[in-house]
Design a protein around this ligand. Structure first.
Ligand code: BGC
Length: 426
């Protein structure tokens, strides 16, 4: 399946639209955020409800997050001050369509203002239409397992596109819709006790919604949802393209640098399972977004533990910033598409680790580029220390620290270093 999908994508990638992508932009240097993780009080989202119910699987609720709903101009000002030329953010479906079929013009205007402001500041707005969260009503109606899901998503995308596609530089339909599939290959799957808590948390959310279901891609078995997501990607792409035919459209996938550690490694089975269904529907996409946080070692059946002897981080994980360069090469070779690094970063309480990480990661991407891989940009995750889903506010991926009480933003040394690197290279 993977081979067929890749061939089809490679053939399509030679069309006129693809040429437009290549000519459209200078290399994008950016930083990313996602609505639910930074805006705050995203109360109509499925994940907000999961944070509130008892039992919950979340370490803490998202609450005010970084208050970016109000402070988005400050965020953009930081991106600009760093000398970057792109800002990746997501629009929140649950704000735009808080009840099924009821669209909020005020929130469409809100996000359109962000797109416009990016343009005024000389930044390319890279916009994600779905970054994990969906509206509560959508989850309670069966989420991606609902027969109507692709049409519902495409209708929302149409509204967003009509409100702001004119100003976007790139559109991403989905952020990491393959994340849960990848989790199925994990070397250390979550223990049954945790899975039972997930089930109880989701059941509590269903009950609170007056439904017998509450269906999310990242909470439960993803397999029955994937056909809905892939169909939604195709319909969303058509809807967005109908509004603006020359807007480069893609989707971001979570792809570690997979390494086979035994001769009969399951690496190709893993790739077919975790990326194959998505590659197969990206045949008419303009680019692929890759999101890489490290390496995965693939044994005969599944991922296995990090081998002894590899370089380690102080916390114990592997130190391998060059993973992203290898993934850029893989993604292009597998799909034939230009590649944008839409996320790459490190959870580092000690910012000095991020300072060491960034130059190595970027060098690996540029080495791939030198070898002929078409790379559209590098977007660091994340602009801000933000709400890291299940882990709450513990992990620190940000180039910029955010005071949890005053919301004051303070760029870290790694942000300066990134800015200097970009200045030197552009
Ligand atoms: C997600 C982000 C997340 C990041 C770090 C990616 O999987 O797209 O939302 O914050 O990883 O955990």
């Amino acid at each position: 399946m993977l081979g067929l999908g890749a061939a089809a994508v490679a053939a399509a990638a030679s069309g006129p639209l693809r040429a437009a992508v290549k000519e459209a932009q200078p290399f994008l240097w950016g930083a990313a955020t996602a609505g639910h993780q930074v805006e705050g009080n995203n109360i109509n989202a499925d994940i907000w409800l999961l944070e509130q119910v008892k039992p919950t699987i979340f370490a803490e609720p998202s609450g005010d997050a970084c208050d970016s709903l109000n402070r988005w101009r400050e965020d953009i000002a930081i991106v600009k001050a760093l000398g970057l030329n792109a800002y990746r953010f997501s629009v929140e479906w649950s704000r735009i369509e808080p009840a099924q079929g009821q669209f909020s013009q005020a929130y469409l205007d809100h996000y359109a203002r962000i797109v416009d402001h990016c343009r005024e500041q000389g930044l390319a707005p890279v916009v994600t239409f779905n970054h994990f969260t969906t509206p509560r009503w959508f989850a309670a109606a069966g989420g991606w397992e609902n027969m109507d899901a692709p049409d519902l998503f495409a209708r929302y995308c149409d509204r967003v596109a009509r409100a702001m596609a004119a100003g976007m530089s790139h559109a991403l339909t989905f952020n990491e819709p393959n994340l849960a599939l990848g989790g199925g290959w994990s070397a250390s799957p979550p223990p049954p006790a945790f899975m039972n808590r997930v089930i109880a948390c989701v059941a509590a959310a269903a009950k609170a919604s007056g439904s017998d279901r509450f269906s999310l891609l990242n909470a439960g078995d993803p397999a029955p949802m994937i056909p809905g997501v892939t169909a939604a990607h195709v319909k969303a792409r058509e809807a967005i393209r109908a509004v603006r035919g020359d807007l480069p459209i893609g989707m971001s996938l979570a792809i570690p640098d997979n390494v086979a550690v035994v001769e009969n490694s399951a690496i190709e089975r893993k790739r077919a399972d975790v990326y194959g269904p998505f590659f197969a529907v990206m045949d008419k996409d303009d680019f692929i977004g890759v999101q890489t946080y490290g390496r995965a070692y693939v044994g005969a059946e599944r991922d296995v533990d990090i081998p002894v002897g590899v370089a380690r981080r102080p916390g114990g994980g592997e130190w391998y910033p060059a993973a992203v360069g290898n993934v850029v090469r893989y993604a292009h070779q597998a799909t034939g598409l230009p590649v944008m690094v839409t996320e790459n970063g490190i959870d580092a309480a000690d910012d000095a680790e991020r300072e060491r990480f960034i130059p190595e990661a970027i060098a690996s991407v540029q080495a791939a580029q030198k070898d002929g891989v078409p790379v559209l940009g590098y977007i660091h995750w994340s602009l801000l220390d933000n709400f890291e889903w299940l882990s709450g506010y513990g992990p620190k991926f940000g180039l910029v620290a955010v005071d949890r009480k005053t919301f004051r933003r303070t760029p870290k040394p790694s942000a300066r270093l990134y800015a200097d690197l970009v200045r030197g290279r552009s």
